[in-house]
Design a protein around this ligand. Sequence first.
Ligand code: ZN
Length: 468
Amino acid sequence: MRRQRWILAALVALLLLCPCLRPKAEGPLVVTFLDVGQGDCEWLRAPDGQDIVIDGGVEAEGPNVLSYLQSHGVTDIEVMVLSHPDGDHVGGLVTLLQNMPVALVVHNGQTSTSAVYQRFADAIQARAIPTLVVRAGQTLSWGPVSATVINPVDPLLPATNDNSVTLRVSYGDVDFLFPGDISSAAESALLGRGTNIEAEVLKVAHHGSKYSSSDPFLAAVQPHVAVIEVGANSYGHPAPESISRLQRAGATVYRTDIDDTVTITTNGVTWTVTTQSQPAIPCVGDANGNGVVDVFDLVIVTRAYNPTGIVSDVRADINRDGVVNLFDLVLVAASYGCRGSTPQPTLVPTAMPTATPTPMPSATATEPPAGNIEATAWVSNPVPSQYTTMTVYGKITRGGAGVPGVPMHTTWHYRTTTPYCDGVSNSDGVASCSRYISGATKGYYVQIDVTFSYQGQSYTASTGFRPQ
Ligand SMILES: [Zn+2]
């Protein structure tokens, strides 16, 4: 009896410690690296809706930043961070201060004699906006997101770049590092202080300058994703040697001069990267859920490959169409190397396809009754949540009676690699097929066109859903 109680207690303790049972945080943290040409500007939308802006690019970019934020639903800024007073960081903030309520300005206390810095200071003063001078060790938090200031320290360093306010922002297991324009001098000072700078996502320091992003620094950061905020310039930014150091450290490098605005969305466990120039390649091929699409995923899909049968390993059914076939292999191959995959679906076996054999065409087959041929369509749930499996149904009737054995093709109108799934009508004239809707955006209506091909003619119907 005593022994059983011990086992029970140990089991309960184990369950409580298991991260799988901890309540999941609600929304994502979305971090956007705005393309502001040569300059820095990052916008964070915390899961609780707070908006944080770090730097604003040059002054001429201010109106662009303002309209980008407004078009993405930003009406006020909870925290504005100025990394350091250089024009390519402070400039665009002036327009924001003049056109949006800002609750707090965080900075390192250093000022500049430049006219644009003066306009920044004047805008703050005119609106009596509270300011906060920060030093390493201070923390800020936005709901479930925490930000630790890890630079500068007193006494400040001689180069203003090296005193950039540097934030390490953490949401669950995913960390972002925003080191402003610090050089290798400040990087080695950080390392010397033993600061934890590990981060999945790195805003590359000083626009990819060769005097930043040193090997020891990158070895400690271990970035998976590196974003360089850079535009046309005469400083040689980004330096090829910096880019190769980042790549050697294992990072996938994005550049705002090539990729335009880069957005990283994370649920605190995994993340996805979207770029304005190339919104493609969703990270859908991560069959084993280890956060990177690699050879192990290929092995899982290859082992379960069975295009004519039912799914034996649901992880391998990447597109959730109920069979493990060539399309799943293509999806893995297409997102190979992609880090930060789509959250894994719960491993619930896909519904078994009904074992209704397609009626054999034969001379004696009874002809369906004559009459109007009609197609109708509906979905399993018109308001599903994201990352669920959706089933679309089509029905083909002739003179009101279901027509069996008719192939159905469906096209799903949203951004995905294989926007279709197919089925065949059963004895009631009903066909169905399912898709895992990872990439469908909340609030946007996804139309599904259903086409039956019957006796050389196409019969179409439409339905759809709106992810909530
Ligand atoms: Zn700069």
